[in-house]
Design a protein around this ligand. Structure first.
Ligand SMILES: Cc1cc2nc3c(=O)[nH]c(=O)nc-3n(C[C@H](O)[C@H](O)[C@H](O)COP(=O)(O)OP(=O)(O)OC[C@H]3O[C@@H](n4cnc5c(N)ncnc54)[C@H](O)[C@@H]3O)c2cc1C
Length: 385
């Protein structure tokens, strides 16, 4: 997400000022936030062809990975052993998701959809009665688990399934505390309305034989536990990393200790691992690169604004918070869109680009409170209920 946002931003800021090469380990970009809705048959993780995007943006695409950086030689070595030189380099290689809680269904990778579908079938056939949604320490972006709990509650209510218990267990002291007290209160109310029991300040550790073990101590009865992965930093030789492998950067996304090398998104030490925030950091990187190219004078520093769209199985909720000034400052909570296009990834360039090209991907968005709308000739991904 950060890589594409930076590509689009740079093309706008500095058209023709540099030859741009895009290195990606897959020929497709997958719009992953909608993966949570797939098991409910309510949405699809759309795919976009990178060849098409690169061609349109005048960039050259290399489908391979970066094995190591050789900053002294100003080149990278790719997985297939090629050496590619650079004048300026931006890393947007994301974080690595690892299973955080053994014994759980982790929302990660393509296997997640079929495993969660099986869980829904078990519920429908009365074979599973107690489900816990567990937010582990280190997951950083807990919103998808709240969405899953709320959508499962809606699924249960629609089918009139009785004797079913849903719990949301989190290490946070308040639900979605990243967004501050107003959002926490709104989410608490939603969970309560839908009959999802909320258990805070307990870190889920392991699921075993019908129990979820938490710290501080205790076990909760749970037939199935659904969890999020923990994120760890990327490991590319030649790049600096903190204790967890995340790349240290300044407010202009310059990598500490290296010249002409930038990094943006989940791969960096920025504590909020979220697509919209990754895109904003990519915009700061693109401006700093444009300044290095001599086409702009004063690049703006990265000042994250958190925008979250919570799918609920009913009317979605929008949260917007200026995180730069302190947690939860200037927070807005709304049932109507707080940004445009009002999609899940609020990237300045990427969001309108994807909205305009969604029909060129696979199927249109349906059902999950998200549909394709036409506004002044431009398509946008917008909530439908
Ligand atoms: C279930 C789920 C739901 C989410 N929902 C939302 C949401 O609603 N809104 C939101 O804003 N965020 C959401 N997120 C978070 C969001 O997906 C991430 O924060 C975002 O993808 C980070 O963008 P990025 O560009 O830093 O990394 P990524 O999008 O992970 O991109 C990094 C890319 O680099 C590639 N790569 C890795 N190593 C190398 C290498 N060595 N060489 C070349 N390429 C490499 C990776 O394969 C990947 O394609 C969600 C995440 C999950 C798991």
């Amino acid at each position: 997400m950060a890589g594409l946002e930076a590509l689009l931003a740079l093309r706008k800021l500095a058209p023709g000022a540099a030859q741009v090469e895009l290195i990606a380990d897959s020929p497709q970009f997958v719009y992953s936030p909608l993966a949570v809705a797939e098991p409910f048959g309510l949405g699809t993780a759309h795919k976009f062809e990178l060849t098409r995007i690169a061609r349109e943006q005048g960039a050259r695409l290399h489908v391979t990975g970066v094995a190591r950086l050789e900053p002294g030689e100003r080149r990278i070595i790719t997985w297939d052993g090629r050496a590619l030189g650079y004048d300026i380099l931006l890393f947007a290689i994301g974080a690595r998701a690892v299973n955080a809680i053994p014994g759980t269904i982790t929302v990660k990778g393509p296997a997640y959809t079929s495993r969660f579908r099986t869980l829904l079938r078990e519920l429908d056939r009365h074979r599973t009665h107690r489900i816990a949604f567990a937010v582990p320490v280190g997951s950083s972006w807990p919103l998808p688990l709240y969405e899953l709990a709320l959508m499962t509650a809606a699924h249960i209510a629609e089918r009139g399934l009785r004797k079913t218990t849903l719990q949301l267990v989190t290490h946070e002291s308040e639900p979605l505390e990243l967004f501050g007290p107003k959002a926490s209160a709104a989410v608490r109310e939603l969970l309560d309305e839908r009959g999802v029991e909320l258990i805070t300040s307990r870190a889920p550790v392991e699921a075993h034989k019908g129990e979820l073990i938490t710290a501080p101590g205790g076990a909760l009865a749970a037939d199935r536990v659904v969890s999020l992965p923990r994120l760890v930093g990327p490991s590319v030789q030649g790049l600096p990393g903190d204790g967890d492998g995340f790349i240290p950067v300044d407010l202009h996304a310059r990598v500490e200790g290296l010249e002409h090398v930038y990094a943006a998104g989940d791969a960096t030490t920025n504590p909020i691992k979220q697509g919209g925030v990754a895109a904003q950091q990519a915009d700061a990187a693109a401006e700093a690169i444009a300044a290095e190219l001599g086409v702009i004078e004063a690049p703006h520093p990265f000042r994250p604004v958190l925008r979250g769209l919570l799918l609920t199985g009913g009317t979605p909720r929008y949260f917007r918070s200026e995180v730069a000034g302190g947690r939860g400052d200037d927070l807005e909570v709304s049932e109507s869109a707080l940004w445009w296009p009002p999609g899940k990834i609020a990237g300045r360039h990427l969001a309108p680009y994807l909205a305009a090209h969604i029909d060129e991907g696979d199927k249109p968005l349906e059902g999950i409170g998200v549909e394709v709308q036409l506004d002044g000739g431009a398509a946008a991904v917008a909530p439908s209920r």
